[in-house]
Design a protein around this ligand. Structure first.
Ligand code: NAI
Length: 340
């Protein structure tokens, strides 16, 4: 259902430092493109381009639905043998951002750190999540992302069970990194029973001992019987096979691009599983970034994150009124805001 149009796709090669990167700008219609910089190994250049394109588009829809005056973009650095030291790579990326004069503002994402953002900052002001910034202090970005997902879960519980309480509800959390851990904390204090999985046993042990979570094998978490499945690890995990094996009433998590293809939203709908669209409920981080760029503080950011409940309720109502899967309803609403 997403319409395929992009403003810019930049292939950046700097052989002096071995940098190979892609910057995708989906839209600057509502403001400068905002979206983090990811660094990882890809199976092919095509896979990296696809990742950048999908993520950039997701950022446009996420910003639109959060009501912040920004568009969507994403940078992807391809890890490969023979690349130069990180400092050189990120400074080279910074030089490119400086050339773009604020059309794209980057920040942290999978595989990048505050230190990397500090390297970019040496070349350009168009970067967030640097040392001492609002998002970096106490990892506010991840905490607010988790808070938004938590509120999304409560909103979905209300829709399905008539009560927006997590008390005694079972939530299966896949991925216990920065966001997954904080989400477990919110859910634990709200009285939920937690089932968890991560490929890192140390992270699993932490939530087992702190929150009494029940650990499961990473391969088994998706099909665990539960009220809510919360994907907080990787994107693309909802596909024909995984959806047919789900034993949950709700899917609501932080991972970007959870649906492998947009038709998988319809598949969830047909199975009677309520899907809280990822970009509607995982916008806490980008809301913090927007606050940072506009001189706001943590309290302002939190107030804006709290609007996620109302936005998600609107998505559910639009889906009902139009007879659409929630994923399509969210796309329709975002496209209405973007005028496309
Ligand atoms: P993270 O890298 O801190 O945590 C990811 C966790 O998933 C790690 O603990 C990793 O070991 C685990 N994992 C990887 N593969 C797994 C598998 N097959 N099964 C179970 N666990 C697995 O990342 P973070 O920041 O917590 O983000 C989680 C997700 O939320 C990512 O998809 C990210 O793109 C998305 N997101 C994060 C935001 C943020 O503010 N950090 C904002 C919006 C989305």
């Amino acid at each position: 259902m997403w319409k395929q149009s992009y403003e810019q796709l930049i292939f950046l090669q700097d052989s002096s430092v071995g940098l190979k990167a892609i910057i995708a700008i989906h839209s600057t219609k509502l403001g400068p493109a905002l979206g983090g910089c990811r660094m990882r190994q890809y199976g092919s250049d095509e896979e990296a381009i696809d990742d950048a394109l999908r993520l950039a588009k997701g950022m446009t829809y996420k910003s639109a639905m959060s009501g912040i005056p920004y568009g969507g973009g994403k940078a992807v650095i391809l890890s490969h043998p023979g690349q130069g030291p990180r400092e050189a790579l990120f400074q080279a990326l910074g030089r490119q951002l400086q050339k773009m004069q604020g059309g794209y503002i980057t920040g942290m994402d999978l595989g990048t750190s505050v230190t990397d953002m500090d390297w970019i900052r040496l070349q350009t002001p168009y970067v967030t999540d640097t040392s001492g910034s609002l998002g970096a202090v106490n990892d506010l970005t991840a905490t607010m992302t988790a808070y938004g997902v938590f509120l999304g879960i409560l909103t979905a519980l209300k829709r399905v069970f008539g009560s927006g309480s997590a008390e005694r509800r079972t939530v299966a959390v896949q991925g216990l990194g920065k966001v997954g851990y904080q989400l477990c904390r919110y859910l634990y204090y709200a009285g939920a029973k937690l089932i968890v999985a991560d490929v890192d046993p140390v992270r699993v042990q932490k939530v087992v001992s702190e929150f009494g979570a029940i650990p499961k094998h990473p391969d088994a978490i998706m099909s665990e019987p539960c009220d809510v499945l919360s994907p907080c690890a990787l994107g693309g995990i909802l596909n024909d096979r995984s959806i047919s094996g789900l034993h949950c009433r709700i899917v609501a998590g932080a991972a970007n691009n959870q649906l492998t293809e947009s038709r998988h939203g319809a598949l969830l709908h047909d199975r009677g599983i309520l899907y809280a669209p990822d970009y509607v409920i995982n916008s806490g981080g980008i809301i913090v970034t927007a606050a940072e760029l506009n001189g706001g503080d943590a309290a302002t950011a939190q107030q804006n994150v709290e609007k996620i409940s109302g936005t998600l309720t609107d998505v559910f109502q639009t889906a009902d009124a139009r007879g659409l899967p929630t994923a399509d309803a969210a796309d329709l609403m975002a496209e209405g805001l973007l005028g496309i």
